[in-house]
Design a protein around this ligand. Structure first.
Ligand code: UD1
Length: 432
């Protein structure tokens, strides 16, 4: 079935204010974590199961978040969603299987593995396959869970996992600071007994947000924001009310939209301290970038200039998710920029589509050379992944004429109505 398309008439300046939504990469693990509240442990300890409900605010309406809610329901949770608030009551969450269909809807559903195992001690789900960004293995997740005593069998693409005896005492050093593996270890270790140490843990702000939610539920976690996390298992967790952190990638996308149209934008509801590496790249392009408490103002009145090499790195380095956005902006700049992608194997998906719009980008392996051009031209293009799709929208805003972006279900995974946000600040963009 052909999905909707975005029609964009380029050349309008982006000017005004945008309120940033809650972070996709935070809400997914937090929704998975709601499973741990008011579970069987609470019942056994003679404590009522009344504390199984969490109210999670600032949840953007994203197809990935809806997929996470469907997984929770399939496991027995009562989930309601009103506006940007999701309430999850996990009192009856005894399910231990995530269906193949639900696993395929969202690759990051692997984060449910640690939560389900922590909750019911068993989990069966299909092995997440490769995706647009490359093979995306989960060897680090599985190796760490095995270190925590989990028995795992892999049979024809199905993972069958059974928790081992507690206490869990483990000192785990990740060979690379995987976001998903860090989250799965945190989720599995939060309930129970024993101390789990994660070294070379991911330091992304979304990890601290997950820790913040779990701590509010009664978990004992320390070291968030550093590369050593210590989790002391507790016998039970209770639900809580929590506000998801702002989406730094959505904010960077709209900064890109302002930059490529030589516009000016105030981003509200952001956390500038999470975004230094992004802000510095936009400053280097010649934009004025002014962080306030919970706002960032970007002014791009001067022509965009090329930057020195942009290298994607784990946080606090430059985020891989912002790389395609920055590539689109640099494609219409003065000079030549080099981008080195260190996180994912196949993250220059936007480059061939951007070439249809008159850009001059050569991408090979980890390196892309972006020779800036004066003008971009509208063209029919196709989103091949979430951020590559957003990059095409950004390029289209700065192009002459009309661009038709197809495959936009990818964009809907991570942006709540991108066309509403952009048209509110002057873009000519509509969904057909
Ligand atoms: C998360 C984010 C994604 C972001 C990425 C890197 C979510 C839902 N998604 O993805 O938007 O781009 O972090 O910041 O939060 N790796 C292995 N073995 C493993 C796990 C990972 O080799 O077991 C490799 C991956 O192939 C990749 C790198 O490590 O090359 C980073 O992956 P990881 O940090 O795990 O990313 P995700 O959690 O999948």
């Amino acid at each position: 079935m052909e999905s909707s398309k975005l029609l964009i008439e380029g050349g309008r300046k982006i000017e005004g204010e945008i309120q940033i939504h809650g972070a996709k990469n935070s809400v997914l693990p937090i929704l998975a974590a709601t499973l741990l509240c008011g579970g069987a442990n609470s019942g056994k300890a003679g404590i009522s199961r009344t504390c199984a409900a969490s109210t999670v605010h600032n949840c953007a309406s994203l197809s990935d978040a809806f997929a996470a809610m469907r997984i929770l329901r399939s496991l027995g949770c009562d989930v309601t969603h009103e506006g940007s608030t999701v309430t999850v009551n996990s009192a009856n969450a005894e399910g231990d299987i995530v269906s193949d269909g639900l696993m395929h809807e969202m690759r990051s559903s692997i984060v449910f593995l640690g939560a389900i195992l922590g909750r019911v001690g068993r989990c069966r789900l299909s092995f997440p396959g490769g995706c647009e960004l490359g093979p995306r293995p989960i060897d680090l997740h599985l190796e760490a869970l095995r270190r925590l005593g989990v028995k795992i069998t892999e049979d024809h693409g199905i993972l069958d996992c059974t928790a081992g005896a507690r206490p869990l005492n483990a000192d785990i050093t990740l060979s690379l600071p995987s976001v998903g593996a860090t989250e799965n270890i945190m989720l599995y270790s939060a309930l129970g007994t024993g101390e789990t140490v994660i070294r070379n843990a991911a330091r992304e702000p979304e990890i601290s947000d997950l820790a913040g939610y779990l701590i509010k539920c009664g978990a004992e976690i320390s070291g968030q924001g550093t590369s050593t996390l210590v989790i002391n298992g507790v016998p039970e967790l209770h639900g809580c009310e929590y506000f998801v952190m702002p989406d730094r990638i959505e904010a960077a996308t709209y900064m890109g939209a302002a930059a490529i149209t030589n516009g000016e934008l105030m981003l509200r509801g952001v956390r500038p301290s999470d975004m230094y590496s992004c802000m510095s790249v936009f400053s280097e392009m010649g934009c004025g970038v002014y962080p306030y408490d919970d706002k960032i103002f970007i002014s791009a009145r001067k022509p965009i200039t090329a930057v020195r090499t942009v290298r994607t790195m784990p946080y606090p380095g430059f985020p891989t998710d912002c790389q395609p956005i920055v590539m689109a902006v640099l494609a219409k700049s003065r000079g030549t920029s080099v981008i080195v992608e260190n996180i994912f194997e196949n993250r220059f998906m936007a480059a061939p589509e951007l070439r249809r719009m008159g850009t001059n980008i050569k991408a090979e392996g980890k390196v892309a050379v972006v020779e800036g051009v004066n003008k971009l031209y509208g063209a029919p293009v196709r989103a091949y992944d979430l951020r590559a799709g957003a990059a095409l929208v950004v390029a289209a805003l700065g192009a002459e004429g009309q661009t038709q972006v197809s495959n936009i279900h990818y964009i809907d995974r991570g942006y709540e109505s991108i066309e509403t946000a952009l048209s509110s600040v002057g873009a000519d963009i509509r969904r057909i």
